[in-house]
Design a protein around this ligand. Structure first.
Ligand code: NAD
Length: 248
C-alpha cells in the first residue's frame, strides 16, 4: 500500500490481539512503530523482533491510555525517538460485561474511561503534532455493537458509539489541516476478548454472519492499513464495518 513507508505509527494496546496484528501489518508496509502496552512487557520481545525483521524501527512505551498524562507521554516518546507521529491507531480496549440490572457503577466508568476517554486522550495529544505538519491519519477501533447495541454491554456499546461521535467531530475539525479521521467497526473477531464467550453465544453469532465465519485479526489489520495509506486520502469521518456482513 502506498504512503505508509517511512511513516511513524502509534498503536495503543498493541501487545496482543488486533493491536498486535495492526502493528505488524503497518511495519510490513514500511512504517516505524510505537507499541503502547499497559502492563506486561514480557510478550513484547517477539513482537519487537518480528517488526524489526521487516526492516522497521520500533519502540515500546508503557502507559494507560485512560490517564491523560500517560497518553501525553506516549506521543512525547514517539516524537523524541522518531521526530513525529503520522498515524495513530486507537485500539486499546476492555470489556466488563453485565446486564443493566446488575452492572456496577465502576464497570460502567472503567469501560468508558479506557475505550472512550482513552481515544480522546491520545487524539488530544497527537492533534498538535499532526496539525503542525498538516497531515495525519487517525484510525479509531469502534465495534458493530456501537451501532446496534448489545445485551450485556451497555458500557462497552456506549463507549464504542461514543468513539463514532469522536471520529466524526474530529474529522470535521481537522479535515482542513489534511488529517483523515476514520473508525472501523469490527464484528466478531477471534481474540482473547471473544474467546471467553459461551459456545451458545458463538453459535448464535455465527448464524448471523452472512460470510459464515468469524473474523481474524488480519481482516481488521488490512482495513486499518488501507485507512493509514494514501489509497484512502479522500475518505474521512467514516465508519467501516469489518464483520462478514453481520450488520448492514
Ligand atoms: P485484546 O484484549 O486481545 O487486546 C486489547 C489490548 O488493549 C490488550 O493488549 C490490553 O493490554 C490493551 N489495553 C487494555 N486497556 C488498556 C489501557 N488502559 N491502556 C493501554 N492498553 C490497554 O482485545 P482485542 O479483541 O484485540 O481488541 C482490540 C480492540 O478491538 C478493542 O478496542 C476492542 O474493543 C475492539 N474490538 C474487538 C472485537 C473482537 O471481536 N475481538 C470486536 C470489535 C471491536
Amino acid at each position: 500500500m502506498e504512503g505508509i513507508k517511512g511513516k511513524v505509527a502509534v498503536v495503543t494496546g498493541a501487545a496482543k490481539g488486533i493491536g498486535r496484528a495492526i502493528a505488524l501489518r503497518l511495519a510490513k508496509e514500511g512504517a516505524d512503530i510505537v507499541i503502547n502496552y499497559r502492563t506486561n512487557s514480557d510478550s513484547l520481545s517477539e513482537l519487537v523482533s518480528e517488526i524489526e525483521s521487516f526492516g522497521s524501527k520500533v519502540i515500546t512505551v508503557r502507559g494507560d491510555v485512560s490517564v491523560f498524562e500517560d497518553a501525553k507521554n506516549i506521543m512525547k516518546k514517539a516524537v523524541e525517538t522518531f521526530g513525529t507521529v503520522d498515524i495513530l491507531v486507537n485500539n486499546a480496549g476492555i470489556t466488563r460485561d453485565g446486564l443493566i440490572l446488575r452492572m456496577k457503577e465502576e464497570d460502567f466508568d472503567k469501560v468508558i474511561e479506557v475505550n472512550l476517554k482513552g481515544a480522546f486522550n491520545c487524539i488530544r495529544h497527537v492533534s498538535p503534532i499532526m496539525v503542525k505538519k498538516r497531515s495525519g491519519k487517525i484510525i479509531n477501533i469502534s465495534s458493530v455493537v456501537g451501532i446496534t447495541g448489545n445485551s450485556g454491554q451497555v458500557n462497552y456499546s456506549a463507549a464504542k458509539a461514543g468513539i463514532i461521535g469522536v471520529t466524526k467531530s474530529v474529522a470535521r475539525e481537522l479535515g482542513s489541516r489534511g488529517i483523515n479521521v476514520n473508525a472501523v467497526a469490527p464484528g466478531f473477531i477471534k481474540t482473547s476478548m471473544t474467546e471467553a464467550l459461551s459456545d451458545k453465544l458463538k453459535e448464535n453469532t455465527l448464524n448471523s454472519i452472512p460470510l459464515k465465519r468469524f473474523g481474524t485479526v488480519d481482516d481488521v489489520a488490512s482495513v486499518v492499513a488501507f485507512l493509514a495509506s494514501k489509497d484512502s486520502d479522500y475518505i474521512t469521518g467514516q465508519v467501516i464495518n469489518i464483520d462478514g456482513g453481520m450488520v448492514m
